[in-house]
Design a protein around this ligand. Structure first.
Ligand code: S3P
Length: 173
């Protein structure tokens, strides 16, 4: 089994690109956030406020290990913090090919303005929070990725087209 895994910061477009890419390949699309939400029966913000980030991270890892058991390959969009957790690195490696959708800090700030769904970015100071988290994470995303794709200035179609070109032919045999 070889999944295509999309990693990157919040607002990088993982889910949007993942959905479009899955349609292109006629593969299933799996979103780890969505799986965690289904398991918990509540939105991400509520998981964080009721049980804390640590529990959320444990649930993410549970979901990841379940994905290793999927028999058919899927496009998997993972939450922005998932690749950062050291315990997940081995699972990501086993699961397939990992693509880092990289976007500039300004792009992310623009996309995440007014967001109410990401607990790590609430209560003001959005730019500082993004800056600090990106500083912590950028290198880790690069380390975890088999492919790094710069998405700034690309349309959705261009991003998907570029990805297809980069991955072919090795990925699809
Ligand atoms: C998080 C990213 C979110 C979600 C949670 C924590 C993070 O997913 O998992 O709010 O730590 O970066 P997206 O990257 O899909 O927004």
């Amino acid at each position: 089994m070889k999944h295509l895994i999309l990693i990157g910061f919040m607002g990088a477009g993982k889910t949007t690109v993942g959905n479009r890419f899955a349609r292109e390949l006629d593969w299933k699309m799996i979103d780890t956030d969505q799986r965690v939400v289904e398991k918990a029966g509540m939105p991400v913000t509520e998981i964080f406020s009721k049980y804390g980030e640590k529990r959320f991270r444990e649930m993410e890892t549970e979901v990841l290990t379940e994905l290793l058991l999927e028999s058919r390959p899927a496009v998997v969009s993972v939450g922005g913090g998932l690749p950062v957790q050291p315990q997940n690195a081995v699972y990501l490696k086993k699961m397939g090919t990992t693509v880092y959708l990289r976007a500039k800090e300004e792009t992310l700030i623009g996309r995440l303005q007014g967001d109410k769904t990401r607990p790590l970015l609430q209560n003001g100071g959005l730019e500082k929070k993004i800056h600090a988290l990106l500083n912590e994470r950028a290198e880790i995303y690069e380390e975890r990725a088999d492919v790094v794709l710069d998405t700034d200035g690309l349309t959705l179609e261009q991003t998907v087209g570029t990805l297809l070109k980069i991955l072919k032919p090795d990925f699809f045999h």
